[in-house]
Write a protein that binds this ligand. Structure first.
Ligand code: SF4
Ligand code: SF4
Length: 366
């Protein structure tokens, strides 16, 4: 099982699509929809002894925040005492401060980057890009060989250019793979129909170009690890038989919040309606999306995101536009299946080249 653990709600960055947007979001109606737990502390107060008895050696614990490295001492305490696999989702700013002994105990990490230096600094602040590039070089030099996923938020529609920049960073050995999520449907105030309609048109065009690149590379023997493509292809191809939410939230991935309650999703970790147990009793219920049943794509898409479907912050026209991006992506991947099969049959690539670890963080459906 995969578990995110919220080490702290505090973050050391003020990203445009996270901190800045939250500062503009008033009266979005979530107080009426969700029963918020006002008792959860800012920093994790989960006793080590409880974590020790709850987590099994085969489990994976993903350090999460806020920014988890802001609570490095808690992370180190956990790594010193708990026997399981460790991963982290971080903005990368403090990776150089993590002692090598603990760095090498991580088997995988997601390090945020939004594409080119210009785009990344626009979203995350002027110091981010250079700092994390230096930190990635530092951790590679210190012997970190695990997978590093470039986790990107797409706020502008030039997905092709941004992913191609990340491909260059993969070639330099800094990252191994790419995941992105579009910044859509997570706040109420930011929906603009004209602007988002234009975004969808251009984004879909960029996705088609990216799939063309991906297919050409497969035919040459290289499978780039783009999580949305791998996840959807695995489901379409029948290699992944699960039809539930592909991020795993609420069924194969639970979040340990700062007071030790288990929640379906890291970003809704203090919503009582989505509690699924606690670390003393374990998982007592699963939570699933139930408002996509009439959609032909549901067995592949799984409903995109529990938070988005539950919070319903955008009007229907906005949600339909988001679904248009999902359907386009699935249709485009569907088209290349014969070429993927052909490349496998000819031995140019192997089926295993399309394998990936499920439920550790990449949401699959952007
Ligand atoms: S495309 Fe939209 S409606 Fe269809 S399953 Fe996905 S989220 Fe639900
Ligand atoms: S896709 Fe949605 S439900 Fe899944 S982890 Fe991300 S925010 Fe949570």
């Amino acid at each position: 099982m995969h578990y995110h653990i919220i080490l702290t709600e505090v973050c050391n960055l003020k990203c445009k699509y996270c901190y800045e947007k939250s500062m503009h979001e008033f009266d979005n109606g979530l107080e009426e929809k969700f029963d918020y737990d006002m008792e959860t502390p800012v920093d994790s107060e989960v006793p080590i002894e409880n974590l020790k008895s709850f987590l099994k050696p085969a489990d994976t614990l993903i350090f999460y925040g806020g920014e988890p490295l802001v609570r490095m001492e808690k992370m180190i305490e956990i790594m010193d005492n708990v026997n399981c696999n460790f991963q982290i989702q971080t903005n990368g700013m403090l990776l150089n401060k993590l002692p090598t002994k603990y760095l090498l105990k991580l088997d995988k990490m997601l390090v945020s980057i939004d594409g080119t230096k210009e785009r990344d600094n626009w979203g995350k602040g002027n110091l981010h890009y250079d700092k994390i590039i230096n930190n990635l070089k530092d951790i590679r030099n210190r012997g970190f060989k695990g997978e590093i996923v470039a986790r990107m938020v797409i706020s502008e529609s030039d997905i092709y250019a941004q992913v191609m920049h990340l491909v260059e960073l993969i070639k330099q050995g800094l990252y191994n793979s790419v995941h992105w999520q579009i910044d859509a449907g997570f706040y109420k105030f930011d929906f603009d129909e004209t602007k988002f309609t234009k975004f969808v048109k251009e984004y879909n065009k960029g996705i088609s170009e990216l799939i063309e690149f991906w297919t050409k590379e497969i035919k040459k023997g290289k499978v780039w690890k783009f999580y949305p493509f791998l996840g959807i292809l695995n489901r379409l191809r029948g290699w992944d038989k699960n039809t539930k939410l592909p991020c795993g939230a609420g069924h194969n991935n639970f979040t340990i919040n700062t007071s030790g309650k288990l929640s379906a999703c890291p970003i809704m970790n203090s919503v009582k309606n989505l509690y699924c147990g606690d670390i003393e009793t374990g998982v007592t219920k699963e939570i699933h999306i139930n408002n996509c049943n009439n959609c032909d794509y549901v067995n592949i898409c799984g409903g995109r995101c529990l938070y988005w479907r539950e919070a319903k912050l955008w009007p229907k026209v906005g949600d339909d536009l988001i679904c248009e991006t999902i359907k386009h992506l699935i249709d485009e991947i569907k088209k290349i299946i014969p070429e993927v099969n052909n490349s496998i049959e000819k031995g140019i690539v192997k089926k295993e080249d399309f394998d990936f670890e499920k439920y550790f963080g990449p949401e699959i459906i952007p």
